[in-house]
Design a protein around this ligand. Structure first.
Ligand code: ADP
Length: 482
């Protein structure tokens, strides 16, 4: 104490006071009159105290936790304070290291997921090509199907990874609208058909008779419920029963996914929502997964102002996962519900159209520096009857654009030299080329990226790996609207 607070507490010497700094929980500096010792002198007990930073004579920084309480005499008269100053420098240093490590982990996961997406695009395109062109024997067909299943599984895991790192860095924004809960749940149940069937499970729907309208992001809502249904299928032995139910409970809508599967030990019911948390089932893991599905669900439901809870009687007794979402006090009467859409189109001007007499899908320019991705995509588009050219970098794209006069340009954004956004801007600046349709194809699909795409003049923004069905549907819808 002699080192930190020589000559009395609280120090009244200005140069001593200046060595101490404290901040409130919003990061605002706390003035000396509100430091713990002074507050105790006014009769307040300051426990568990404030974290304060002390700079010593050599300029070294020490973190202190300062608590204080008033001292009173027998008559209750305030006669002084008792301050406890605890050196927490080590603790703060460890905390900082942890935070730094955590940040690096998030960064690594984001990069990892992003980089893994790139090879996945050509692989899944290649598979689609094989499916459409190679008609081999039974075993060839079976291997194709197996490859497709496994690639889809990998795409899902990589998507989850990317998603979780976006959420932890606060980059996910909800696009809320008024949704009809039954509508969304029916859509999700239909989409889960394949998963349930491959596990030999029966899925039953128990939906409320009344229409429940609530403000939610329909895509995210579907994503949460899909996640729960996938888990129910995964953690239930073949031939199980899964029930997707919903009901109103007070001011909340409850969505429940119940199974008669392997259950969850009581001690872990809360912890399964933690990142990377998986129940140790003595080597019976083998279900494939990263332990982030429920972390995602919890983050998304909390962003909606709701909560998630796991219930289980224990191992072998099945599980139930419940989502709770706030219902509006007065459900709007004229609400229209939207089914989740997987083709995000960019609102704004220049929803470009193609020239009238284009053949099949017209002329398409594919721009991607990943040769495999460009080649497989152009082969696939060729199969659909489009005339396709490829460019591998920005300047090449511009030259090819001028020579080939495409109706549609599929533009990768991360290109060497000149990025796809700049290519888009320059194409837009060319005389009379405001009619060409520009579609961004990229690994990044955050709000910011979408906005930048739009500002650069893109009409659509698809996140890799784009399912070929999505692309085909988009091209078809554009052709019919042309
Ligand atoms: P993953 O399924 O990838 O392991 P999740 O975050 O989705 O990750 O789930 C975390 C853990 O919670 C799982 O590993 C599993 O042990 C447990 N779990 C989730 N859903 C169920 C369920 N319906 N029945 C039994 N256990 C479950």
């Amino acid at each position: 104490m002699d080192r930190f607070v020589p000559r009395a507490i609280p120090s009244t010497l200005a140069d001593r006071v200046q060595r101490w700094r404290g901040w409130d929980d919003k990061g605002r500096p706390i003035p000396p009159e509100n430091w713990p010792g002074r507050r105790a002198l006014r009769g307040e007990v300051v426990m568990p105290g404030l974290e304060m930073l002390h700079t010593d004579d050599e300029g070294r920084e020490w973190w202190m936790r300062v608590s204080a309480a008033p001292l009173r005499d027998d008559g209750g008269q305030l006669v002084g304070t008792c301050s406890v100053i605890q050196d927490i420098t080590e603790l703060k240093r460890a905390e900082q290291h942890l935070r730094e490590a955590d940040r690096r982990k998030d960064e690594f996961l984001a990069t990892l997921a992003h980089e893994l997406r790139n090879p996945l695009a050509p692989i899944s395109h290649g598979l689609q090509i094989l499916k459409r062109t190679v008609h081999g024997d039974d075993s060839a067909r079976r291997s194709q199907e197996m490859l497709e299943r496994q690639v889809n599984h990998m795409v899902r895991m990589v998507d989850d990874l990317l998603e979780v790192s976006r959420i932890t860095t606060g980059k996910v924004q909800l696009r809320k609208e008024v949704v009809d809960l039954n509508n969304v749940l029916q859509g999700v149940a239909a989409a889960s058909h394949a998963v349930m069937e491959s596990g030999g499970h029966q899925l039953r729907l128990e939906l409320p008779a009344e229409t429940l309208l609530l403000p939610a992001d329909p895509v995210r809502l579907a994503q949460m419920v899909t996640n729960l249904l996938n888990n129910a299928a995964k953690y239930t032995d073949p031939g199980g029963h899964v029930v997707l139910a919903a009901w109103a409970e007070g001011a909340q809508a409850v969505i429940s996914v119940r199974d008669d599967g392997i259950g969850i030990p009581a001690a872990l019911l809360d912890r399964i929502f933690d990142m990377f948390m998986q129940v140790d089932r003595g080597g019976r893991q083998g279900q494939g997964g990263l332990g982030i599905g429920l972390t995602l669900v919890r983050s998304l439901v909390e962003m909606h102002g709701g909560s998630v809870q796991a219930l289980s009687e224990g191992p072998g007794q099945g599980s139930e996962l419940r989502l709770r979402l706030p219902l509006p006090a007065h459900a709007p009467a004229d609400a229209s519900a939207h089914a989740p859409a997987d083709v995000p189109s960019l609102p704004g001007p220049a929803a470009g159209a193609q020239s009238g007499d284009a053949p099949a899908f017209g002329r398409i320019l594919v721009v991607d520096d990943n040769a495999d991705a460009a080649d497989t995509l152009s082969m696939l588009l060729g199969l659909l009857g489009a005339e396709v050219e490829i460019a591998r970098d920005g300047p090449g794209a511009l030259a090819m654009h001028d020579a080939f006069r495409p109706d549609v340009v599929l533009l990768d954004i991360g290109l060497p030299g000149m990025d796809g956004l700049e290519v888009a801007r320059r194409i837009r600046a060319r005389q009379g080329r405001d009619q060409v349709l520009l579609i961004a194809l990229t690994g990044w699909g955050q709000e910011d990226d979408l906005r930048r795409s739009r500002e650069a003049g893109m009409d659509h923004h698809l996140v890799k790996p784009v399912s070929f069905d999505t692309l085909e549907r988009l091209l078809r819808s554009l052709r019919t609207s042309a």
